[in-house]
Design a protein. Structure first.
Length: 244
């Protein structure tokens, strides 16, 4: 399955359209997957939304990153748009694929909540089937982001992405049922998540390759920061994911 990279030039529409296209493509390809995972009953999809929660995600992005002086601010904060995508995908799956699994994990948080007790990683929802209760929880999270903060806080950590990939890998490992697809939808506006630390860069790259060997695909959704240079995937992310 081809990895998808999306630049969030219009966060209200492009993310959701991309997710729908990816989900529809996955449904069409169910009969053509790796036989190792395409056993009877294993066509279920499992997706973890991995959302950056650092402070820059609470600043509205420009709708026209190529021309900031002429662009307009998006209606929602970047983190709001990411949460809205989770809600919309859950609503869609309740109708079309109610046996699929969806989870939500945030990184660069002040508080921590994960089975590995790693700092700055908050698992908001473990992988599970979509239902009304989970959607209501996400609606509440979406309303909370309107205040410009979250109850579990924002705290940038260069170690956070590497640890988050480890936590998400564990989330997939804990699935009791067999699934045919395992994907991470990564939302961030930080094109240099590990700073200039060469050792940490290598650790993160190795972890991403470990996920790939486990047939877990990372699909990035890059968001343009307001008042900064264009998001540059070549600065870091080209080392860990396929980028266009």
């Amino acid at each position: 399955e081809q990895t998808m990279s999306a630049s969030l030039e219009s966060q209200d529409d492009s993310i959701w359209k991309s997710l729908l296209q990816e989900d529809e493509g996955r449904n069409e390809d169910d009969d053509h997957e790796d036989p190792l995972f395409d056993d009877e009953g294993s066509s279920k999809d499992s997706v973890v939304f991995l959302i950056d929660a650092q402070s820059s995600m609470f600043v509205k992005a420009m709708s026209n990153p190529e021309s900031e002086s002429e662009g307009e601010l998006e209606k929602e904060l970047p983190i709001q748009s990411a949460v809205r995508c989770v809600i919309d995908l859950l609503c869609d799956k309740i109708i079309s694929s109610d046996g699929d699994l969806v989870g939500v994990c945030l990184f660069n948080t002040k508080d921590a909540k994960n089975m590995m007790d790693l700092p700055n990683i908050y698992v908001f929802q473990e992988l599970d089937v979509p239902d009304a209760r989970r959607i209501l929880q996400l609606e509440e999270l979406h309303r909370e982001t309107e205040t410009g903060s979250l109850s579990f806080g924002a705290q940038k950590s260069f170690q956070s992405l590497c640890d988050a990939l480890w936590v998400v890998s564990t989330m997939f490992s804990n699935i009791a049922t067999k699934v045919g697809h395992r994907r991470i939808f990564l939302f961030t506006n930080d094109d240099n998540p590990v700073g200039d630390d060469a050792v940490l860069t290598q650790k993160t790259v190795i972890k991403a390759k470990d996920l790939d060997h486990l047939n877990i695909t990372i699909e990035p959704f890059f968001i343009q920061k307001q008042g900064s240079d264009p998001f540059d995937p070549l600065r870091f992310y080209s080392k860990v994911v396929s980028v266009d």
